[in-house]
Design a binder for this molecule. Sequence first.
Ligand SMILES: [Fe+2]
Length: 221
Amino acid sequence: MIYVTGDTHGYYDETIYRLRDTKIGKGDTLIICGDFGFVWNDVSSRICLKHLQKEEFDIAFVDGNHEDFDELEQFPVIEWNGGKAHQVGTNIFHLMRGEIFNIEGKTFYAFGGAYSVDKGMRQPHISWWQQELPTNEDYNNGKKHLEAVNYKVDYVLSHTIPYSIICRLGKIPDAHDQELTGHFEWLKNNLEFKRWFAGHFHVDKDVDNVSVLFDRVLPIE
Ligand SMILES: [Fe+2]
């Protein structure tokens, strides 16, 4: 069984508590839609990451804007369920941008990243990383993989969401984010998919076939 949830921001107890009403266990996969936050250059994050490796299920996450990308990029790139991932623990995988994964017979297009609106309050390489926004290489990687499946997947996994969905959440899209949210808008209109899962906004709301997640945990049937 596959479960999907929103930002965890490195909070171990809260993450485990979220799973209290699920039957998640051996052989299952928990997907986190960015701002995983457990890969961070401090002792408590490393301890939490060790604890997560004791779980019997796999954890897969797309990156958000609050990740230590310098740390993340140190981990080996492996092939995981048909796509490229950083293996950050025995059972923990970072789904790289533009890759397609086949989990339990369902296909997932992963494309992380988002702009930090609080960038001005943060310090480069300590609490802010320029890799938070996708590069041309990321976009091209996505294009290559989507063309190979004729722009048809079962699910999309991202951190931020298409431009129009931000507006329909009652929020104002940030201009710095528009290359990505505009790209997602195009994707929403041109890709065939059943449901799009995202995080970032710290709300639990469904708009059209986009599920914006915070602390709810949805099973993917
Ligand atoms: Fe975020």
